[in-house]
Design a protein around this ligand. Structure first.
Ligand code: 59X
Length: 489
């Protein structure tokens, strides 16, 4: 059983980051599973005391001591911990007969959380992710509700209920074989919640939101990684609270070193972002972390996740490594082309829109300012990756009920493509195979987008014989590429 044990209580009052690390270490390393409610309350109190404008300035703590924190008394934690236990045990009066959770039990726990939330509040506000927010303000964000349900089920003794995470949604899995699943929170704006229902079998299962049924299925330790990832150090729109950011980075390193981030690409990416800002002595560099996140997504999630490539692309972009950024974004586009765009996919749509209409145009402006000696505008592989990037978005749109592209996309697209001289463009040889998948190759070597994936019947056409390459005349461009090349001819 998890729990708030005497060895944990002995660490209080907590005065610095190292003691918080010790609490997490004790909870993570001991045989029993870590107590999600305890750890969420602890980081929630710390985050809120250091980021809520109200008393931020009045903090009375020794700023000179190594990584000091506002004093965290045992009583403050125990009161909230007992309150959560109380809410769960009274509202969900279970005869703890069953050893595995049922859909009814999961729905009842979700209802307890749901019905105790404040009627209406700004759902996207920061610092609404922890049990501290739930227990002191009756407010949770979408992720926070799902996390609270899992923590509630743990409190009730159901260790089969686990958090399932896509790149923009969270739900739970449960049952003897962990094969049952259920919605427990809402998603997006103005959508009816589907709490209690099984995860979409219909069209929604083809949407990015459910990552083609390749979600991150958390262990208890990965649920700790999720609550640590959800720590939000922002003080306001321009500044972060330094101690909160440092605590998050140290906790992610602890989880990384214990091996609990191996199957959690986004958590590795979050650690990479923090390391880029301020790297920790003797740790792998952030560039490596972004690569590890990609390897993890390829190995455990059939390369169906987009964010690992956009973490990496963002890093290359910020560090002016534009050729590499184009390759990361083209790889991200190779993932999204497999999906059908649905109205639940706004978040990833905004991500691609920003890359296509803000980041790439900025790169083009800088590169064509004439001062960059080794300009990417002379590199055919950059042009090839750019076409692959745009083509993936076109293919994402194909077969989707909702359109993706509009005139707002076309202008930056044409402007970008026209920045490459004809002689550079001519070096990119667009090869199309029978399956209608185009591949981009350079004269001296071939460059293939590696997904011979037929979206319709979801198969990989492994039969290589089908792909006898022919140089394609305008006649049989892949329709999505037709649009592109027409734009630049
Ligand atoms: C490349 C990026 C734009 C940078 N940050 C990104 N994210 C920040 C952290 N994110 C996350 N980090 C850890 N775990 C999770 S679970 C989840 C779905 C809602 F539950 C989101 C998310 C979401 C993605 S993607």
């Amino acid at each position: 059983m998890a729990g708030f044990r005497d060895i944990d209580k002995a660490l209080f009052p907590i005065k610095n980051i190292n003691t918080v690390l010790q609490l997490f270490r004790q909870q993570l390393e001991d045989t029993c599973e870590p107590d999600l409610a305890l750890l969420s309350i602890v980081v929630g109190i710390i985050e809120n005391s250091l980021t809520s404008r109200s008393n931020a300035a009045l903090q009375v703590y020794e700023p000179f001591e190594q990584n000091s924190l506002p004093l965290l008394e045992l009583d403050a934690v125990e009161t909230l911990y007992d309150k959560f236990q109380n809410i769960m045990n009274t509202a969900v009066n279970i005869n703890k007969s069953k050893s595995f959770a049922t859909r009814d039990l999961v729905k009842r726990v979700s209802d307890v959380i749901w019905n105790s939330l404040t009627r209406s509040y700004y759902k996207d506000r920061a610092h609404l992710q922890s049990l501290y927010s739930y227990l002191t303000g009756s407010k949770l964000d979408c992720f926070g509700v799902a996390f609270a349900v899992v923590a509630g089920c743990q409190t009730l003794g159901y260790n089969d209920v686990h958090l399932a995470l896509s790149e923009d949604h969270a739900w739970v899995v449960f049952g003897e074989h962990g094969t049952e699943n259920a919605e427990v929170t809402w998603h997006g704006k103005g959508n009816e919640d589907k709490r209690g229902q099984e995860i979409g079998k219909g069209v929604s299962s083809r949407s990015w939101l459910y990552v083609n049924n390749k979600p991150v299925i958390c262990t208890r330790q990965m649920e700790v990684a999720a609550l640590v990832s959800a720590i939000n150090p922002s003080l306001n729109s321009t500044h972060d609270a330094y101690e909160v950011s440092l605590l998050q980075q140290e906790l992610l390193w602890l989880l990384y070193d214990l091996g609990h981030l191996k199957k959690y690409p986004m958590a590795i990416g979050n650690l990479g972002d923090l390391e880029e800002i301020s790297s920790k002595e003797g740790k792998v560099p952030c560039k490596t972390l972004f690569e590890e996140a990609i390897v993890s997504a390829r190995r455990y999630y059939n390369n169906q996740h987009v964010y690992p490539y956009t973490y990496q692309g963002g890093y290359f972009y910020r560090n002016k490594m534009y050729k590499e950024a184009f390759e990361s974004w083209a790889n991200a586009s190779d993932v999204i082309r497999l999906y059908n765009y649905s109205r639940d996919d706004e978040e990833i749509y905004k991500e691609f829109l920003e890359i296509a209409n803000e980041l790439i145009p900025h790169i083009m402006k800088v590169e064509s300012s004439g001062f960059s000696a080794n300009t990417i505008l002379k590199k055919p592989e950059c042009f090839a990756n750019l076409l692959r990037f745009y083509d993936g978005i076109c293919q994402w749109e194909e077969g989707s009920a909702t359109p993706v592209l509009h005139i707002g996309w076309a202008k930056p697209l044409v402007n970008t493509i026209s920045k490459f001289d004809a002689d550079v463009r001519a070096q990119v040889n667009i090869v199309c195979d029978k399956s209608g998948e185009e591949k981009f190759s350079k004269k001296n070597g071939s460059y293939f987008n590696n997904n011979n994936y037929d979206k319709e019947n979801g198969s990989h056409n492994s039969d290589a014989s089908k792909s006898n390459e022919t140089d394609i005349s305008a006649g049989n461009f892949h329709p999505s590429l037709e649009a592109l090349t027409a734009a630049c001819s």
